[in-house]
Design a protein around this ligand. Structure first.
Ligand SMILES: Nc1ncnc2c1ncn2[C@@H]1O[C@H](COP(=O)(O)OP(=O)(O)OP(=O)(O)O)[C@@H](O)[C@H]1O
Ligand SMILES: Cc1ncc(CO)c(N)n1
Length: 301
């Protein structure tokens, strides 16, 4: 396990839903924390009956049950970074936001989960307001995919240019750094398609791209990516380096699972993948991951 500069084991808390299929939610988050040599803890917000084909049932926990888990962890174990995923409803969001305000001084990664890959809603659209008003102002990093960026801003996010406009709008809602993920965005800015994650902070865009992998093994990619970022922040890494390491991890996790026979639908990724750690990234640059290392490219997006 990784020891922080303060000399203790790095700890990451995930506040999210349970995925019985093991590829997304709490299960993905804890597997990811472990792979980053970070001690993982969980406060479960809802239990889903779910597999790679779809979501068969959602059973939210009460705000009391959520708060008691959070309090038990805060009173004893503590945390160096927190990630939030599927949250349930507005009442749960208010409870979690109040807890974070009172008891969290560490970095917070908000993955604004709204819809599962198969299309099942995991958050009522009426509750998006609570995410915007209560959670985004607390976020060190927020990681919407394209449809989530649309729900947060009202901008129809379909292209890289849309990602940039949406990121600027989301920044006005309070988070320190925004990552609009490129999994849903069709780009063709090279001879082969890329999955480009657009990062925005302090008025500057930085880009992390990787070749788009042609596979349906993408169940839980967003959960895995955001918990990888939180794990890196728990280790004390800088935000850009954390996002880059998370991108290398999810890229390899998708690639390694491409031949797996786990489930009949959108299969899970391989959380035993090895992340690549690179120390320094220049804000404003465009980086391409070639599977082994990051290359800085001279391009205007
Ligand atoms: N086919 C792919 N090839 C390479 N990278 C991908 C692919 N799909 C997604 N990614 C990467 O995975 C990460 C998660 O992005 P994505 O947009 O899929 O999240 P998401 O939609 O929130 O996932 P989910 O809802 O399934 O948890 C991003 O870094 C994105 O660039
Ligand atoms: C529990 C849970 N959280 C998040 C997602 C989004 O991938 C999912 N499918 N299930």
């Amino acid at each position: 396990m990784f020891k922080t500069a303060a000399g203790h084991i790095a700890r990451m808390l995930t506040i999210a839903g349970s995925d019985s299929g093991g590829g997304a939610g709490i299960q993905a988050d804890l597997k990811t924390a472990h792979q980053f040599s970070v001690y993982g803890m969980s406060a479960i917000t809802a239990i889903t009956a779910q597999n790679t084909v779809g979501v068969q049932g959602v059973f939210p926990l009460s705000p009391e049950a959520i708060l008691q888990q959070l309090t038990s962890i805060a009173d004893d174990l503590g945390f160096d970074a927190i990630k939030t995923g599927m949250l349930g409803d507005a009442a749960a969001i208010h409870t979690i936001a109040s807890f974070l305000t009172e008891r969290a001084t560490c970095p917070i990664v908000v993955d604004p989960v709204m819809v599962a890959k198969g299309g099942t809603p995991l958050l009522d659209p009426a509750d998006v307001k609570a995410v915007i008003e209560r959670l985004l102002p607390l976020a060190t990093i927020v990681t919407p995919n394209a449809p989530e960026a649309t729900a947060l801003t009202g901008i129809d996010v379909q292209s890289l240019a849309d990602c940039k406009v949406a990121a600027i709008r989301i920044a006005q809602l309070g988070p320190q750094m925004i990552v609009v993920k490129g999994g849903h965005i069709a780009t063709d800015i090279r001879e082969h398609e890329l999955a480009v994650d657009v990062v925005y902070a302090n008025g500057t865009f930085t880009y992390f791209a990787a070749p788009r992998l042609q596979t349906a093994k993408t169940h839980g990619t967003g959960c895995t990516f955001s918990s990888a970022i939180a794990s890196c922040l728990a280790r004390g890494m800088e935000p850009l380096a954390a996002i880059a390491a998370a991108k290398t991890f999810i890229h390899r996790a998708i690639a390694q699972a491409s031949t797996w026979d786990v489930g009949r639908g959108h299969g899970p990724t391989d959380h035993s993948a090895q992340p690549v750690f690179t120390a320094h990234f220049r804000p404003g640059a465009f980086y391409l991951f070639d599977g082994d290392r990051w290359l800085e490219e001279n391009r205007i997006v």
